[in-house]
Ligand binder design. Structure first.
Ligand SMILES: Cc1cc2nc3c(=O)[nH]c(=O)nc-3n(C[C@H](O)[C@H](O)[C@H](O)COP(=O)(O)OP(=O)(O)OC[C@H]3O[C@@H](n4cnc5c(N)ncnc54)[C@H](O)[C@@H]3O)c2cc1C
Ligand code: FES
Length: 242
């Protein structure tokens, strides 16, 4: 983990209340897709944890949805503004687990999938991605995703792609995979864990410190209590107790 000051290079709206921010600076502590960064939002005591969307040694991109006042404030940040961030947080996804990966994303859970897809693409693998949202307007960056994945879209209201949520899609369609990677609403992750244990779930929790010190993000697992920010946010599907 490193405490760094990063400069906003881009902060653009890409969908319904969804923004893509590119931050430049020393991001060399980010090692794996699925990690997160913790951002100080001026005026707020607690940092806001946001997944790494894409990264290299000198930039990190985040994809965030405006939910409350902190993320609303972030959406107004101008290019050139500097942000105090903790980078290199969390365990991230283990790409060595899959030869035939299946990615499952619900809503803003699509955010960490891009860095994961980039890693698989570098290995010559085009992963299958099931990406669901409530309605068409909540699906973002679809054109790009259709180039870098075998993309299956779902919407709860049937406006676009399969009518239903991602787990319903999986139960009604045969997909050849050996391990899945997922991120999205807790209800989707629970359904996915019931559908198959051969995969991992990226969880969210309300966080205090973000680096393992306060125990505020502890969850129960079959291997005892674990901190989402330190031992997670990525957990094996069969270890999470819902
Ligand atoms: C490891 C991790 C990775 C995350 N990655 C992303 C991401 O890539 N993109 C993104 O848009 N969001 C992500 N989040 C969620 C993000 O941290 C919250 O949406 C954000 O902190 C809300 O701040 P706020 O001040 O806008 O809202 P607040 O005013 O703090 O809360 C507004 C609403 O959001 C809910 N909320 C706040 N924090 C969380 C949380 N951590 N989990 C679930 N609900 C929450 C509150 O209960 C409340 O209903 C992630 C969270 C974690 C823990
Ligand atoms: S947020 Fe403090 S231990 Fe996880």
């Amino acid at each position: 983990m490193k405490n760094v000051v990063l400069k906003i290079e881009k902060n653009e709206r890409v969908g319904n209340d969804i923004y893509l921010m590119r931050l430049t600076g020393d991001t060399s502590d980010i090692k794996n897709p699925g990690e997160f960064i913790n951002i100080t939002v001026p005026g707020y005591y607690l940092r806001r944890p946001i997944s790494v969307h894409r990264f290299s040694n000198n930039y990190v991109e985040i994809l965030y949805k405006v939910l409350g006042n902190g993320t609303l404030s972030m959406s107004t940040f101008p290019v050139g503004m500097e942000l105090d961030c903790l980078v290199g947080l969390g365990n991230g996804f283990d790409i060595t687990k899959a030869k035939k990966p299946l990615l499952v994303a619900g809503g803003i859970g699509i955010a960490p999938m891009f860095a994961l897809i980039d890693e698989f693409n570098k290995l010559g693998i085009k992963p299958t991605l099931v990406y669901g949202s409530q309605c068409k307007g909540d699906l973002v960056l679809v054109e790009e995703l259709s180039k870098i994945t075998d993309l299956r879209l779902t919407t709860d209201n049937g406006e676009c792609g399969f009518h239903g949520h991602p787990v319903k899609y999986l139960s009604e369609n045969q997909i050849d995979f050996d391990y899945y990677y997922s991120c999205g609403p807790l209800r989707m992750l629970e359904g996915l864990a019931n559908y198959s244990h051969n995969g991992c779930l990226s969880l969210e929790a309300r966080m205090g410190c973000g680096f393992g010190a306060c125990m505020g993000c502890t969850i129960k697992t079959t291997n005892g209590n674990k901190r989402v920010c330190k031992e997670g946010p990525v957990f094996e599907a069969d270890e999470v107790i819902f």
